[in-house]
Design a protein around this ligand. Sequence first.
Ligand SMILES: Cc1cc2nc3c(=O)[nH]c(=O)nc-3n(C[C@H](O)[C@H](O)[C@H](O)COP(=O)(O)O)c2cc1C
Length: 215
Amino acid sequence: MEPISSNTLVDAMRWRYATKQFDSERRIPDAIWDDIEKALVLTPSSYGLQPWKFIVVTDIKVRGKILPHAWNQRQVVDCSHLVVIARPTHFGEEDIDRFIARTADVRGVDADSLAGFRNMMVSTLIDAMPDRLGDWAVRQCYIALGNLMTAAAMLKVDACPMEGFVPAEVDRELGLPERGLTTAVMCPMGYRASEDRYAALPKIRYRAEDVVERV
Ligand SMILES: Cc1cc2nc3c(=O)[nH]c(=O)nc-3n(C[C@H](O)[C@H](O)[C@H](O)COP(=O)(O)O)c2cc1C
């Protein structure tokens, strides 16, 4: 694969911004959405365990119900695709076994040959930090969020990462508790409205020399 030019990458990072106003008339074309979804699913995670579910909400009625629980941030209803990144409320040995089964299937090996790997994951995660698995899963979800935003920017699709919501209420609207899921973070996606003045504001970032250290 040829590397993309550094201009393409940095231009995309400068172009993107947390979109405050979406053009409610514009939908992300299916072909572009397919690529974004592929990039999302390809997100790396700790051990590759993928403790997440990506719920893509396009139904405007459902989004209308989420709106009051998202501080009435209009992006939820005006965007094209609302991505809710959820994590399992419980993560246990059965999830490790599911991943081992998938690995055996994809790589064409016997699951028993992966017993050492399986037991290592159980001891370093499930046994070692049972009270911190929720935080661990949320961290993985945020990697997916970052990947999603970068992929979108590369395809000139706008996004607004969103923590401003009441997770328990969003969960209830989406029927997540009965599925053993809870919302980690959301990301409305679509196209910016021409009148969104936030698009033109200069980015506020610390200077590279203040955040990057060279050793
Ligand atoms: C995890 C996370 C949660 C955020 N939550 C919200 C939110 O609820 N509403 C909103 O308008 N912006 C939200 N933002 C956007 C940030 O304020 C914004 O990314 C930051 O100020 C940098 O600006 P830029 O993304 O436009 O470059 C969130 C950003 C992140 C990364």
